[in-house]
Ligand binder design. Sequence first.
Ligand SMILES: NC(=O)c1ccc[n+]([C@@H]2O[C@H](COP(=O)([O-])OP(=O)(O)OC[C@H]3O[C@@H](n4cnc5c(N)ncnc54)[C@H](OP(=O)(O)O)[C@@H]3O)[C@@H](O)[C@H]2O)c1
Length: 297
Amino acid sequence: MQGSKILAGKAVAEFVNQQTIEKIEILKEKGFNPGLVVVLVGDDPASAVYVRSKGRMCEKMGILSKTYHLPAETSETELLNLIDELNNDDRYNGILVQLPLPKQINEAKVIESINHLKDVDCFHPRNVGLLSIGSPYLLPCTPAGIIEILKFYKIETSGKDVVVIGRSNIVGKPMANILIQKSEHANATVSIVHSRTKDLQRYTKNADIVIAAIGQPAFLKPDMVKEDVVIIDVGINRVEDASTEKGYRIVGDVDYNGLFEMSSAITPVPGGVGVMTISMLMHNTIHACAKQNNIDL
Ligand SMILES: NC(=O)c1ccc[n+]([C@@H]2O[C@H](COP(=O)([O-])OP(=O)(O)OC[C@H]3O[C@@H](n4cnc5c(N)ncnc54)[C@H](OP(=O)(O)O)[C@@H]3O)[C@@H](O)[C@H]2O)c1
């Protein structure tokens, strides 16, 4: 959809979900029933919300799903034992361990313990490596959702100057890694900036596309970008708001109202990148199922 200024994630998610549903039918006709298992450790309320919505989405799409909710005091060994069991359970093509994990558990060790073929988050070092050499097994969900948004709204990335704010392993680094590849919907010139960057505006002011994944409400302001910039806001931040029933509202990492006029396109929060992440998880689960069974989807 060309020329749309508000890059609504819902329309893109519906498009991707429809394709996923059709592919699930193909897999089922061939006798394969894709399955996803999610492991949640502890009582982080935001994580619990994400996990519930993943389960509901699987159910809606006809993907077998199971959630393990382990207590906050679960030991690393107990979690590793469960992952070992799930690695060997043929019902599940995808294993997702919800992050963050309680502090007694080493996240890197847990990620490495997941069978890389079932790593639907694409956080396993082997899959990170494959992505950086341009032969991805799957793409990590949030950056993959951003690529789908750019594709859907026909936003060119080839030859563009892109600035990614944030260097996390979940968003910033894989986002940059995807966009620098010599491939379709990539071929960008990418800078990654972070909290130690000297004069961050020097980069953002020259960017054609800014992708903000910082975790700070309204960090990106109008004086930091040029006219007609494309803005992708990954941030999900709770800010107090006594006028709402819950006492808070969700805002992104960019000053949406301030940037709306000067940008050529912008993702809203909520309703932008966030809704895509779960769609890409479903997409990854069925593609993992296909790859594990040598089916070309
Ligand atoms: N839409 C979705 O589905 C989705 C998925 C994942 C995350 N998110 C949201 O996206 C945001 C980022 O998530 P994340 O997991 O990438 O966060 P993270 O791991 O906390 O990383 C934040 C990054 O922002 C950088 N940063 C922080 N303050 C900065 C500053 N003042 N100037 C420049 N850079 C700064 C940090 O720099 P240093 O490395 O130097 O500390 C870090 O690289 C959060 O709001 C999160 O909730 C959304």
